[in-house]
Design a protein around this ligand. Structure first.
Ligand code: 5GP
Ligand code: ZN
Length: 105
């Protein structure tokens, strides 16, 4: 967990700007955007992937966070993606939801 890049971002180690934050998640811009707007919704609790998530309430809260931040940013049309497992393209093993909007690659 100490080596987790997203835990470090949440802890403020890299002075990453948060587009949005609530009690259970932070939202920041993806460093390598695959769309005009590419945000990551990241739970403050370290969970490796959807496969390790047991808290359905947290999952609901994360999806509500998607709704809150897209509303705040004025995004009416967007795609949400959760990559689970290396073969599916997961690179960072701290659960996150991608939000992609406009010019999606
Ligand atoms: P995954 O492939 O695990 O679903 O998505 C991980 C995402 O995190 C990638 O789109 C990648 O560009 C992004 N990412 C990796 N390291 C960093 C970082 O240090 N800062 C930010 N803002 N995004 C990162
Ligand atoms: Zn983590």
């Amino acid at each position: 967990m100490n080596d987790c890049i997203f835990c470090k971002i949440i802890a403020g180690d890299f002075n990453t700007d948060f587009v949005y934050e609530n009690d259970y998640a932070v939202v920041f811009k993806d460093i390598n955007p695959k769309a005009d707007i590419h945000l990551l919704v990241v739970p403050k609790l370290h969970v490796e992937s959807l496969n390790e998530l047991e808290d359905e309430v947290l999952l609901g809260k994360l999806m509500m966070t998607v709704k809150e931040v897209t509303k705040k940013e004025g995004l009416k049309s967007y795609r949400t993606v959760i990559n689970t497992g290396k073969e599916a393209g997961q690179e960072v093993f701290h659960l996150h939801i991608h939000i992609l909007s406009g010019g999606i690659i």
